[in-house]
Design a protein around this ligand. Structure first.
Ligand code: ME8
Length: 498
């Protein structure tokens, strides 16, 4: 019943932007969902703090790298607090425990013969932290094939990880376990890449100043990606004996598609070399774009999360990101889309349902919930929605899970429209209202992983003690709602004018 979920650890050379929030909110949503279905969740996120570009960013600011990484890592923590990220562990690659893990793994693989000394001759892209094979470079134009920036020429002694040795075992593993790579359309890309042949990977840098020292006679820095990927092992207390705590292996590793090869090729090969079980699912989501360009610091087309949160609230922000675009595909960001989604789904559908229902409880029943009733039709709909939400959440399909939940919201709004409890007999009004109350309560649980602050607000309006630890997704025992005096009403989502 354990559930281990990770996000990438983010580079600290720039403030968190909408893309970083996207992956982290998605991981938070899955964590919350699995918690309220009774799992023991371990949710890992953190910051990636080594590499020349971090050292350069600190130098530019005129402060020490230590001070810079402390400050920037703190910015990420602050942002996660602001948007309700319920992580279990925030890891930093500059931590002692992590440095030890990297050295331990390095030594182990050296002892095994999977790390050896050689010479690297080729190109390196510092912004991408990527060794570029000669075949990938256009003649006379040595720029990075990924980011288009100029590359550095390197010729130096280096330790190598014998990635090529794992080419066949990895292909076989992916044949046997295709579900490890999600969404399913990504697996061919990974397999094709492996089939073209894997080169051994240079995993040390001679000149790099800011990195973990290799446990070798020469004083080299460990390559940042070799260092960074191992954070997922540090967090589960990897030891010299090769053991971990109960959370290994990861159940879901969320990443953006930009870093799929690192996670779907190098990472599993490292784990195979260590003799550890591989992650159950590596999910590469798409990019938020503007004019079809990836939103990124280097492109300078950043969308600032705090500005959106000021306008739409934390839940408006979370909802948009999880609902607007099927997880896995790219999504073009626009203000208009944001406003439309907010007004139609949150203000009109959910907000109105809650407001109308509680207004009627006040007007018709002196603010006391008038009984508990669910028609067979509504019971069936709830059962179907619960089953479908589970199905979609197991596939990290957030938008379809929300579509399911909204079916229930739409149905209850329809019920109010057709039954018109303000204009019907007391008995009929009781049935309609109590049905809406039960429905809203269940909706408040179903939306909790996505928009937890809204759940809290609904519970306060229902006059229920709100304790996140006690939220459980089951529809049994709603009797505590019966005869309860409701609390003070508030508007959940104010319509936004353009
Ligand atoms: O790659 N749309 O860190 P990073 C969606 N440190 N997601 C986006 C995005 C966008 N426009 N821009 C960024 C690194 N992301 C390494 C990872 S892990 C062992 C080391 C998200 O700061 C997405 O999850 O460049 C992407 O993979 C990640 O931020 C890259 O963050």
């Amino acid at each position: 019943m354990k559930f281990y979920i990770t996000t990438p650890i983010y580079y600290v050379n720039a403030d968190p932007h909408i893309g970083h929030c996207y992956t982290t909110i998605a991981a938070d949503c899955l964590s919350r969902y699995h918690r309220i279905t009774g799992k023991d969740v371990f949710f890992l996120t953190g910051t990636d703090e080594h590499g020349d570009k971090i050292a350069l960013a600190a130098e530019k600011k005129g402060i020490s790298v230590k001070q810079f990484t402390d400050e920037m890592s703190g910015m990420f923590k602050k942002m996660w607090e602001k948007i309700g990220i319920s992580y279990t562990r925030f890891i930093r690659t500059t931590e002692e425990q992590h440095i030890n893990t990297v050295k331990t793994v390095f030594k182990k693989l050296m002892d095994k013969g999977d790390i050896y000394l050689g010479t690297y001759s080729g190109y390196y892209c510092t912004p991408c932290e990527f060794f570029i094979p000669k075949a990938k470079l256009e003649e006379n134009n040595p720029v990075c094939p990924d980011c288009g920036r100029s590359v550095q020429v390197l010729k130096e002694n280096s330790y190598f990880f014998s990635l090529s040795k794992y080419e066949k075992p990895l292909l076989k593993y992916l044949e046997d376990n295709p579900e490890m790579i999600q969404p399913p359309f990504r697996i061919d890309e990974v397999k094709n890449f492996i089939s073209q042949g894997l080169n051994d990977l240079s995993i040390t840098r001679q000149g790099a100043i800011w990195g973990i020292q290799s446990p070798t006679p020469e004083k080299y820095s460990v390559y940042v990606w070799f260092d960074a990927l191992l954070n997922y092992l540090t967090a589960v207390d990897y030891t010299d004996n090769g053991t971990t705590n109960k959370y290994w292996p990861p159940d879901v590793q969320l990443i953006g598609k930009d870093i799929l090869r690192f996670h779907a090729i190098i990472w599993p090969a490292m784990l195979m070399a260590l003799g550890l079980p591989l992650p159950r699912m590596i999910f590469a989501h798409g990019w938020w774009t503007i004019d079809s360009q990836k939103i990124s610091k280097s492109k300078g087309n950043i969308i600032k999360p705090l500005e959106l949160i000021d306008r739409f609230g934390v839940d408006g922000f979370r909802y948009f990101l999880l609902r607007e675009v099927p997880f896995g595909l790219d999504g073009e960001y626009s203000d208009e889309k944001f406003i439309k989604r907010f007004n139609s789904d949150l203000a009109n559908d959910l907000g109105n349902l809650v407001n109308r229902t509680l207004n009627l409880v006040e007007k018709l029943f002196n603010g006391v919930i008038p009984g508990l009733y669910l028609s067979t039709e509504m019971e069936n709909l709830i059962d179907t929605v619960m089953v479908n939400v589970e199905h979609f959440m197991n596939k990290a399909n957030f938008s379809d899970a929300l579509v399911e939940i909204w079916k229930l919201i739409t149905q209850l709004n329809k019920l109010l429209d057709t039954e018109k409890p303000w204009n019907s007999s007391v008995d009929s009004a009781k049935q309609t209202i109590s049905q809406c109350i039960a429905g809203i309560y269940l909706i408040s649980l179903l939306v909790y992983p996505f928009i937890p602050e809204t759940t809290r607000k609904i519970h306060v309006m229902f006059n229920i003690d709100f304790s996140e630890n006690e939220i459980m997704l089951n529809k049994k025992n709603l009797t505590f709602l019966n005869g309860r005096k409701i609390g003070k009403r508030e508007i959940l989502f104010m319509r936004i004018k353009k």
